[in-house]
Write a new protein. Structure first.
Length: 329
């Protein structure tokens, strides 16, 4: 079966940016990437423009790809606004339906934090569980790099009828006997057998790691800590703990920033504000040290203007993560 059939069998309810229902046939013959994200998450707001650019480059180059947004926003209105105003021209899993399936999807694809991008094949198996890194690696490569990444996903998701018998539902390579075993497994509803051992090849030189966007890990929420003399909104503390910050540090950061969640997130991302908060002083960012063009290009690839990126980097000592928090604030 193909991805469209899987979506129909799973009861997926897909919508476009206008809120109009979209049939599962829209997924036919394309690699499908599930995008777990939310507007309240600063790293998500940094990665979404990069993903949008990647998607547009793939489409402009004639590549095949469909993305389905799985919202982790707190309300349907927030999720729809984030999708409509900031995402690419892809699809969204209906918010109410997605909330009902969230636990199943998170568990199946081992979602530990957002943003997460997972490419799945027609059986629903994750063939690239860290597709966010694949997108980040194409940031400076242009349309050709984006199309090549999408083509690699298509091969991983390929059906043997579309790949001259060399691939079947994520099982690629091998001789005719191996592909026959794969086809029998598919017909019987079993996973494909392990591929035959390949001849050893000389290792290729290791590539330099590409810039990536830090994920906001969501651990179990802890009760908010109290800060003497400074009332703190428990909802604001919960919002920061959902981003992966310690509850006590979140409460202290909120107290030092007058309850401003974005400012508190910037303080926590700064990583050195504990001393100031302990003394009851507003957190500060150290004087600028150095701004590299590579850091400016990394932020520009996320959609930030180069001049603003340079200023934010100068104000945060050259830290890309802290500069991103400042720009998003």
């Amino acid at each position: 079966r193909n991805m469209a059939e899987l979506a129909r069998c799973s009861g997926w309810k897909l919508v476009d940016k206008t809120g109009k229902a979209v049939p599962a046939d829209a997924l036919e013959g394309k690699p499908v990437a599930l995008y777990f994200s939310a507007h309240w998450c600063p790293p998500c707001r940094g990665f979404t423009p990069m993903l949008k650019k990647f998607y547009e480059e793939v489409k402009a180059a004639g590549g095949k790809l469909e993305i389905v947004f799985v919202s982790s926003d707190r309300t349907e209105a927030e999720g729809q606004e984030y999708f409509r105003e900031h995402h690419g021209d892809w699809l969204m899993l209906d918010f109410t339906f997605a909330q009902g399936q969230k636990g199943n999807l998170d568990g199946r694809y081992e979602i530990r934090g957002i943003p997460s991008l997972v490419v799945v094949d027609s059986s629903g198996k994750a063939v690239d569980p860290n597709a966010r890194d694949s997108v980040a690696q194409t940031a400076s490569g242009g349309p050709d790099a984006a199309k090549a990444a999408a083509a690699a996903w298509e091969k991983l998701c390929g059906d043997w009828r579309q790949t001259a018998g060399t691939s079947l539902g994520g099982a690629a390579g091998g001789d005719a006997e191996y592909m026959r075993a794969c086809r029998l497994a598919r017909l019987e509803g079993r996973p494909p057998p392990p591929p035959p051992a390949a001849a050893p090849v000389a290792p290729s030189p290791a590539a330099a790691p590409a810039p990536s966007v830090p994920a906001a890990v969501a651990p179990a929420a802890a009760p908010p800590a109290s800060v003497p003399g400074a009332p703190v909104d428990s909802a604001a503390v919960s919002q920061l703990t959902d981003m992966g910050f310690d509850a006590e540090q979140a409460a202290r950061a909120l107290a030092s920033t007058g309850g401003d969640v974005d400012a508190a997130a910037a303080v926590l991302l700064g990583g050195d504000a504990d001393a100031d908060m302990e003394q009851g002083q507003p957190a500060r960012v150290d004087a600028p040290v150095e701004v590299t063009e590579a850091a400016v290009e990394q932020l520009s690839a996320m959609g930030f203007p180069a001049d603003q990126a340079r200023q934010a980097l100068a104000a945060t000592g050259g830290s890309v993560e802290n500069a991103m928090a400042v720009l998003l604030g």
